[in-house]
Design a binder for this molecule. Sequence first.
Ligand code: GRF
Length: 205
Amino acid sequence: MTRKRAAVLISGRGSNMTALIEAAEADDYPAEVALVVSNRPDATGLERARDAGIPTAVVDHAPFGEDRAAFERALDATLREHRIDLVCLAGFMRLLSPWFVSRWSGRMLNIHPALLPQFKGLHTHRRALEAGAKQHGATVHFVVPEMDAGPIVEQESVAVREGDTEATLAARVLEIEHRIYPRALRALAEGKIGPAAATGQAPAD
Ligand code: GRF
């Protein structure tokens, strides 16, 4: 089995990244986490990745200022240098342009802490509580240019409990995230979902 080379893109603590790294340690897992990239040099997830022996890279967005295209070219170049096949956004807090998204189309997943198409964007747990939602959850989806709008790959729900706070709800949703993201990456790496099923190739230059 040739394992797909996955990169995990983070901006923070990287608990989903850790879940992917741990899943990929299984002999029969069809992907390896070949690279962790952070756009923030101080992301605590970087340390966790290094501890796990995973190559890391920092592509800091700050020096690029408003020049998002240049930042994305640097990010894209880093992924290509490491011969990455698949990209997993895991708490990566930068919006990606149609140019970048199209380069990784069908090969890039994101995890969102809500039952999409409900509660796109930020502060999903607070908004679910304010809306009186009875069910909440997490979704893994393909990345398309429109934020949190791509085809859904995996989704699981959790009941909202009486007395839930943002923190208690977030903690239960996070357990779901750590379960569904490894499942989604497995499906993508095995070519069971998405355009990778058709070609199995890295994106063309
Ligand atoms: C997760 O809740 C993820 O769904 C959201 O950002 C959070 C990242 O957490 N996109 P972590 O860095 O994976 O711990």
